[in-house]
Every structure is written in C-alpha cells, then in structure tokens.
Design a protein around this ligand. Structure first.
Ligand code: MOS
Length: 729
C-alpha cells in the first residue's frame, strides 16, 4: 500500500482500542522475568559455550604479534580466534570501523580476539592470558585541538559537503539591533542501556542463527551476512525483547560477529555479552559538539539573522553529529546560515543516540534563545512566539503538516505557573536554596519508513501479527496489538503479536522515533488486505463490510469473524510505503519543556524540583506508553544537563569512565516530579495512523530548560555541559 495523499477517515478513527491507555501486553512477562533477554535464552539451542571478547589496548597503531598459547591451554577453553588468524572482515553498511580490528587498530577496545570456554569465568580468565604486541602511533583524540583542521561536512553520506545559506546572514547580523555571538559545547555521551549488547550464535552447516539484542533486524541481518561473506538467506536474526537501545543497538556490533566466529571455531553454539567497559569504548557513542551560534534581532524581538555551526569528531569515513537540524526549521528569520564541520578523531565510533542532532543541538540553541530573550527584555516564551513559523523558513511553499508549538508553550506556562518566575535571576530563595524556572522548546523531525507485516486470522486463535519490528522497551507489542484489534474489530486479548524475527516481513524497526507510527502503519496495511480477504470469502462488498465486536457485517448479514476464517485460516501480508507527501510537507513534533530547579547557594549543587512537558505529536496511539517514553526521555535530558559525560583521555585516546560507577545517569531520587501533557492532535500527513513519534521528542530541549532554570536561579550562565557544581562556583 502506498501512502501518498492525506489520510481519510478509516477504521482506526473509531478509537475503541487505539488511543486508549492500555497496559503493556508484555508487562506481565517483563515483570515476572519470563521475557528473556538475548543472553538468557538458554532454551533456544543446547550446549551453549561462553565467549569473551578482548579489546585492543591501544587506540591507534598496529598489532605486531599475538601469543594465545597460554589462553588455548587454559582450563575449559574450547577455541581462541584472533584477528591475525583471518583476513580482515568486510564492514557492515552501517559500521564505520571494522568490528574485528587488526592488524591496524582504529580505536581503543576495537575487538581483536574472542575466547570460547565452558564457563564465562574460564573464558574471561583465558582472555587475560593473551599477550598482544603493539606498535602504537600518535592519534587524534582532542576535539578542540583538531578543530582548526575540521572540514565542512554533509549530514547525509554521499551528499556534497555544504553550508546552507538563505539570504545574507553576515550583512543582516552586522546591522541587527540586538545580537548574540556565543559558543556552547556538549560532551561525548554513552547510551548506557541496562541490557548489554549480547548474542547467542549457532551454525547449522553454512546457516547461521543469532539470538541477539538489536533495534533494526533487517539492517542486522544484511550487515552480518556482509561481514561474514554469507548469502543473506543463510542468516537469521531473532530479537524479540530488547533491554534498551537508545541508538546503541541500531547496528550490528562485535558481540554478534564474534559469537558467530567463536561458534564456528568451537563447533558449538556460543554466547557473548559485551562487558560494560567494552560498551563505552567498543560500541558507538553520541559525539561531543562545539556549537557556534549567532542570532540578530530587531528591538521588537523578530529574528533577522540566525547562524548555527556545529563541530564534531568521528573516525575517518565517519559522519558529523547533525546538531543544526532544528535550527533550519524552528524559528523564522530571513537570513540564515547552518553548517556542520567534522574533525577526524581516533576515538571510538560516534553515531546515533536518542534524537541524534536535535538533542545536543537544542542544548545549545535553546540556551542561546534564552540569552537573546534576556537581551531583548522579553519573556522567553513571548520571544519564541514572535518567531514562530508555520512554513519551512528555507522554503515558504512547504508548510508544516501540523505545528502547535505556541499552544504547547501557552498551555505549559499556565499549567506550570510560569507567571511566578522572577524575570531577574537570583531573586527567589528558600533557605540555602536558590530557586529558578526555565523553559525550552522541544523539536524533533518525524520520519516515516516503509514497514511490512503479516496478519493471520484463525477460527479459534484470533488474530496473529508477525513483523520484524522490535520492542526496545517502548511498547511496540502493545500499539501493534491495538492497531490489529481496531482494524479487525476484536478485543485486545484476541490479538497475538510476534516481533523481532528476520523470518517475518521487514519493518521500519526502532530508530529515529519513526517506529511507532511506521510499524503500526505497516500492520494497518496488512489488516486492510486481510479485511478484503475476509469480505471476499464471504462474498461481501469489501467497501461496505464492517468489522465490529468480533463480527463482520454487510447490509443485513453478519458472520462471526472466526467463522469467516474457515478451517485453514486466512493470511495477508503487506507493506506501507511512502510517496512524496513527506516532501510537500515538513513533518515535525513539538514540545514545551518547563523545569524548576533549586541550587545550593553554598555548594552549587543543582536539584530538579519539577518538570513538565507539553507535547504535540499527532495522534497518541497509547497515552500510557507514550507518557512513559516521554518521562524516560525527560530523565535522560536531566542526565545530559547535569551528569553525563564520557571523559576523554586525550593522551591515550579512550573514554576513562567506562562503567556505571563513573558514568553517572539520573536515578529516581534525582527526579521528584514529572508531568506530561499531549495536545489533542491528529496528523493526516504522517500515515493512516495519523500519529507521529514521541520517544525522542521527550529528550529534545530538556537539557536547555534545566540550564535556563539554573541561570534563572543563580545568574550564572553555563554554556558547557554537563552543568556540574564546579561550573557554578
Ligand atoms: Mo535512535 S538514536 O535512531 O535509536
């Protein structure tokens, strides 16, 4: 099915099941420990051995020799595979560095060997006995030092590097009555998901199955086949439950490749989990940025010139963090300049982490907007309202499909008691605590991705949905079941959902907050076909057939849905694809984020007191799971504002705080009160579901709202994250 015209009325609009705040259907399995994660899947294949991955001890240079003799002779060891045992492997399409490095090393902890043993402890002990000789080289590890050598980069690989210019930024900025010219920075960050990257691999002849933890099954299958030189049809990937991803599991990683190599060498199924240190330095991270922002405005607050240039680093052949994405679209202003610059660094691979681009971009832009509002003597909300735009500022013929940003801000201001904020910083005090309020805009583009599904109707077993879509803790199982129930006119308990298996139709996968809308749209398409098949079998006119309360009705005839399936059942498969509607409209999601903080006047310790997000993101398919997504994202935004930072050792080239003791993330006690409000909205441009993404919108702008609240409390403007107490004293 092709989606190329605004969605008309359809069965989803009945909202009997879709749009209801139903509990997660996988909730009981999650909370009783019966939804196994990859490493726990003891039942899928017998005789599993344990693999342990060895990472390179240098960041750049060459392996001169590997002596694995002691490891091979160690108790319980079944096989040792080192990178010198084989030619360099092909790289997956989505990988920047090789997942099995050597003899040239591209980054610290790049995988160079795997040891397979009868027990985890034996494998780990033996891995420590491997002696590796290195010829290290000087690497580039310091973004600030490499900045002068950075080059203009393009956001999309393949496109030529560019600056985007509209009008005459320099001329308009020079003439602006009120100006801001500041630099902001965000650090490297780690996904720090609860479940590590983990895989069980088993071979049957030349056929390979992996049970793993991955957000994008079709990408994983393609890249594993490519890396190992196998035909794609020989590879099966299965990942029904994922304990968090945040972008860190978008791609094939070393756990899958080395489990497969270890299993082949040992002649047995092998399971591998990456240790916490390897998750920091072996996998991907959100790269640090240095962002230069200039804004010029007229005395009435209208922006006349806006420029945003973001610098980030990555390995050779890597890409930039697209931190200017929101600045292209968020505010009006005739003279505009945005650019991305990329410095080559020999640190681990930079890549997507929750709302890549907008999340760090808004941490800078929305502080700059707060600073401008102050210079203009305007309320920060009014300054944003004055500069709202209902069209793409680069192309006035392209409207936003929906844009209720002003409504988010106005509604939020009322609910948050924004009028109690003191315009002058440092005015509100409660004992030793300085109190302040901050606001920032959340913005994240809404992407749509082709997505397929298969739906089956059985006489006694109801409706079964199969798609390779993943549930990374987001609630995919539930919204997919709600979609199928609505379409087929049955209750939720009559629907069974199977996800995450590459033998099912390929879906949009979980990434870029496109999964919820896109994957359910694919299920919608398959259900349309199944409805046609049911009507056809009954001799009903399919345009007239109604599917309600477990019945199919047309005219004065009515048949129980299960009976219509017949003894063999009925199956339909389809895929939702998108035409160029997305090019004619700009699709984005919006939020107003409000934060109140207290800062200890003596120590500079910042505590969040309360948070509110008002979101406009199309139809909300399940207000309960959507709220949970936004709550989690807001929490992650507090982490980005106050705690999270991978500390770079700029001499040796690695992230030092490579565990959850040194890499701090918020805990419940850090987040006393959060509220989420969704504006009532449907977006017929996004898909027949009329929904958009929320999972990444929730983090976008939060960091800046915290920073602005801290400024309001203290009068100290911090432009370099995280806002640790030393920066306030
Ligand atoms: Mo997301 S960073 O595309 O999982």
């Amino acid at each position: 099915m092709k989606f190329d015209a605004p969605a008309s009325d359809n069965p989803i609009d009945r909202l009997k099941v879709v749009g209801q705040p139903v509990d997660r259907i996988d909730g009981p399995r999650k909370t009783t420990g019966t939804a196994p994660y990859a490493y726990e899947r003891h039942e899928v294949v017998p005789n599993q051995a344990y693999g342990h991955v060895l990472g390179a001890g240098i960041a750049k240079g060459r392996i001169t020799a590997i002596d694995a003799s002691a490891a091979k002779a160690a108790p319980g060891v079944l096989a040792v595979v080192t990178t010198l045992d084989m030619p360099r492997l092909e790289k997956g399409v989505t990988n920047t560095a090789s997942l099995f490095g050597g003899p040239d090393i591209q980054h610290y902890h790049q995988a160079i060997a795997v040891v397979v043993a009868e027990s985890f402890e034996q494998a780990r002990d033996a891995a420590a006995m491997i002696r590796v000789g290195y010829a290290p080289q000087r690497g580039r590890f310091d973004l600030t030092a490499e900045a002068p050598k950075a080059e203009l980069a393009s956001a999309d690989s393949g496109a030529p590097p560019q600056e985007d210019r509209v009008g005459d930024f320099e001329g308009a900025f020079a003439q602006a009555a009120i100006r801001l010219d500041e630099t902001y920075s965000t650090p490297d960050q780690s996904h720090a998901m609860m479940e590590p990257h983990a895989t069980i691999a088993a071979w049957e002849g030349e056929k390979l199955t992996i049970w793993t933890s991955n957000q994008m099954i079709a990408w994983g299958k393609r890249d594993l086949a490519r890396t190992l030189g196998l035909p794609a049809e020989n590879v099966r990937v299965d990942s029904p439950f994922v304990g968090g991803g945040f972008g860190g599991k978008l791609f094939l990683r070393a756990d899958a490749v080395l489990a497969a190599l270890g299993a082949r060498a040992a002649g047995r199924p092998v399971k591998v989990a990456l240790t916490r240190p390897l998750m920091a330095n072996n996998t991907t991270h959100r790269p640090a940025t240095i962002q230069h922002i200039r804004i010029g405005a007229a005395p009435d607050g209208r922006i006349t010139a806006i420029a945003h240039v973001s610098l980030s680093g990555d390995l050779e052949d890597g890409g930039p963090e697209t931190a200017v994405a929101q600045t292209k679209l968020l505010y009006a202003g005739r003279n505009r300049l945005t650019a991305l610059r990329l410095a080559v660094l020999d640190l681990p691979e930079g890549n997507a982490m929750r709302a890549p681009g907008e999340a760090p971009g808004l941490m800078a832009l929305e502080v700059a907007m707060d600073e401008m509002a102050e210079r203009l003597g305007m309320d920060p909300i009014e300054f944003r309202v004055v500069n709202d735009t209902q069209v793409d500022p680069d192309d006035p013929d392209r409207p936003f499909s929906q844009r209720q940003l002003i409504e988010c801000l106005r509604h939020g201001a009322q609910r948050f008691d924004w009028s109690r904020r003191a315009a002058t910083p440092g005015q509100r005090r409660e004992g030793r605590w300085l109190l302040g309020m901050g606001v920032a805009v959340g913005f994240r583009n809404n992407l749509v991705m082709a997505s397929g599904a298969r739906v089956r109707l059985d006489r006694d077993r109801g409706v079964t949905v199969e798609t390779d879509m993943t549930d990374i803790g987001t609630g995919s199982y539930t919204i997919i079941a709600q979609t199928a129930a609505e379409m087929m006119g049955v209750s939720l308990d009559k629907v069974t959902v199977h996800l995450g298996d590459s033998s099912f139709p390929a879906s949009a996968g979980s990434g870029g907050q496109w999964g919820g809308n896109s994957a359910t749209a694919g299920v919608y398409a398959a259900c349309v076909k199944l409805r046609e098949a049911v009507a056809g079998r009954l001799g009903f006119n399919s345009a007239e057939a109604e599917f309600v309360e477990g019945m199919v009705r047309a005219g004065n005839r009515g048949v129980r849905l299960g009976d219509a399936a017949g003894a063999d059942g009925l199956t339909a498969e389809d895929k939702m694809e998108y035409g160029d509607l997305a090019k004619r409209y700009q699709q984005s999601t919006f939020a107003g984020h409000f934060v109140e903080v207290a800062v200890d006047a003596a120590t500079g310790e910042s505590r969040v007191r309360r948070m509110l997000a008002v979101c406009a993101a199309g139809r909300i398919l399940n207000p309960k799971s959507a709220r949970s997504q936004v709550i989690g994202a807001m929490t992650m935004g507090v982490g980005a504002a106050l705690m999270e930072e991978l500390a770079v050792d700029t001499r040796r080239g690695f992230f030092v705080n490579h565990d959850l003791a040194g890499y701090e993330v918020p805990v419940c006690a850090d987040i006393p009160h959060q509220e989420v409000i969704f504006l009532d909205e449907v977006d017929p441009i996004s898909s027949p579901m009329k929904a958009k993404g929320v999972g990444e919108l929730g983090i976008c702008g939060v960091g800046a709202a915290v920073a602005n609240a801290i400024y309001n409390a203290t009068g100290v403007r911090v432009r370099h994250y995280p806002i640790t107490l030393d920066k306030l004293l």
